[in-house]
Design a protein around this ligand. Structure first.
Ligand SMILES: [Zn+2]
Ligand SMILES: [Zn+2]
Length: 80
């Protein structure tokens, strides 16, 4: 079990919070059919192969305290 909020990170591609651990969006897409971010939003934020790498990195970094500077630095490695 995990708390998605502990693994949440802002995904700029979709302008939404996502959980790195379970690869889900933590915010529902809006219903605006012309919304730049929500149109074309996939079911999962990351493709399966990318998510596998993310999980491996999460596992390798479990010694990092969530919310610490080290953790925040770790999260930034997922950006672009
Ligand atoms: Zn989660
Ligand atoms: Zn939207």
């Amino acid at each position: 079990m995990h708390n998605c909020r502990d693994y949440s990170v802002r995904n700029d591609d979709y302008d939404a919070e996502v959980c790195l651990y379970c690869n889900t969006f933590l915010e529902v897409a809006c219903t605006d059919p012309t919304c730049y971010f929500c149109v074309g939003r996939p079911l999962r934020p990351y493709p399966q192969d990318i998510h596998k790498i993310i999980l491996q990195q999460l596992a390798a970094n479990t010694h990092l305290g969530v919310g610490t500077n080290a953790w925040l630095k770790f999260l930034t490695t997922f950006e672009d």
